[in-house]
Structure formats: C-alpha cells, structure tokens
Design a binder for this molecule. Sequence first.
Ligand code: RIB
Length: 292
Amino acid sequence: MIYNIGSINADYFYNVSHIPRPGETLAATRVERGLGGKGVNQSVAMKNAGSSVRHLGAVGEDGEWMVEKLSSAGVDTARIVSLSGPSGHAIITIADDGENAITIFPGANRLIDSDQVQLWLATISATDWLVLQNETSQQRLAAELAKSRGARVVYSAAPFDAEVVADILPFIDFLCVNEIEAAALINHFNVKSLNNLGVNALLITHGSQGAVYHNFEKKLEITVKGIPVQVVDTTGAGDTFCGYFIALLSQGKDPLAALNIANKAAALKVTKLGTADAIPSLVDVLDFNNER
Ligand code: RIB
C-alpha cells in the first residue's frame, strides 16, 4: 500500500498570452476549476499506474467536492479530514506556450497536526511506502515515523525549501526533484553531486528534456529523453512523472521500464489542460506511440 500525506487543492486555471510581468494586468481568455495539489496529483498518478493508494490530507469546509472527485478516481479517501477554515487552492496562470506560474494558498493542508499524522501512520509497516511533498505540515514527523517502522519514504522537494529538505533528508529513501531544485540542493549543501546527500535513490526531471534516475546503492544511472508533444499545459507533469515512477517501482517493475512508462505519462499529461483530471490512464500511456 502507498500512503500519501499530500496536499488537496482547488486549482483555478487562467489562460493568458504570457505570464504577467511585475505590475502588469492581463485579461484571461479562459478560466477553469479542477482538482489538484501536488499530493492529489501524485495519488491519482500512482493509482492510474496500478497501485493501491491511501491519500491522507485535509480539506476545509468547502472541500467535499475534492474528496468526492479523488475518491471517484479510485484513491482511498476514507481518512481525509475536514477542518474549519478554507481548503487549499492554487491560482495557475498558463501562457500560450504551455508554461505556467503558480501561487498557492495552503489553507487546510498546512493545518494538519502531529496527533493526526500519528493516527494516520499507526498501521504503516515495512511493506508500505510513504509519499510526501512540501505542501503539507508535519512532514518530518511523518517521515521519521514511517522510516522507524521500516516503510520506504519518498519525498518531492516541491515547492522547494532547502531548510525543509535538510530537516527531512535523514529519513528519506528516495528524493524527487526537478533540475532547478537539484541545482539548488547542490548549492545549499555545497556538494559536488547529489550522491553525497545520503539518499539511496534520486529522480531528477528535466521538463521537456526527460529525466534521470540514480540508484546510488546499486550504482545505477538511467536517462530517458523527453517525448516531443503538442504542449497545452505543463502543470502537474512532474507530479505525473514522479507518481507513475514511484508506483511502478513499488510494484517491483524494472527501473528502466518504469522510467519509460512514467516519461510517456508525463508527455501525455502535457497535451491536456488540467492537473489531477488530466493525468492519463495506464491504458492510454501504454497505447501512446513514442514516434509521433
Ligand atoms: O504541481 C502542480 C500543482 O502545484 C497544482 O496542482 C497546484 O495545486 C500546486 O500544488
């Protein structure tokens, strides 16, 4: 079972010609609301990749629709809590070239307390995985608890905060970052390469260029090239990649095969507007023709 203590956001997508510059006002040509949050996106990706996923998180009084949507995607939502105050939401500005800028309001995601985390993880064991991102509270406690019970702990260092990474790093088996976060980590820890950080495994996504997976224990490095597609919206592509890859690894899939499937899943996501709602099914991913 994969436990994911992750954010649950209402994503508001605004299509604009370009990302506004400081002081600029722009009229959006379209607005949409969908389900998102780095946590939810990864839960949906992991479920679509064929894993059993228990999402652990918090919404506010306005969040029932998000829990229902996540549940109808096949994710176990029974332990999601409802807290007083607003849910998390994200303002996502999407430019014509598919690039984005995101502002999040954390809301209930950052109100999760230590008692709740202990309750959620009371049953986690050595056969389970715990997935975390940097949009919820109590991440270090969660990682420490899961690690002490022998579970594998995966951390996506996004939104990036070097101090948070430093705090949680001793309890992490597997780190997911993009290339900007990887460079910031090298800089912050003043190391030559990320294999000096002490994590066993590392996934670095490089946007349209592909991704690299390192397993330092096994001295393994695998690279995949990005698949050229018609870009509509890059939001959530990293979550899709990471979610698919973790799920397939946790199912015992060979890392090269897992990386290739995750790469296709992320490429397909980019062809659609949206986040959790736009994450492709495994059937669509396996049907996806690399050559086009
Ligand atoms: O990675 C994309 C996600 O970041 C969006 O779904 C948004 O909610 C923010 O958390």
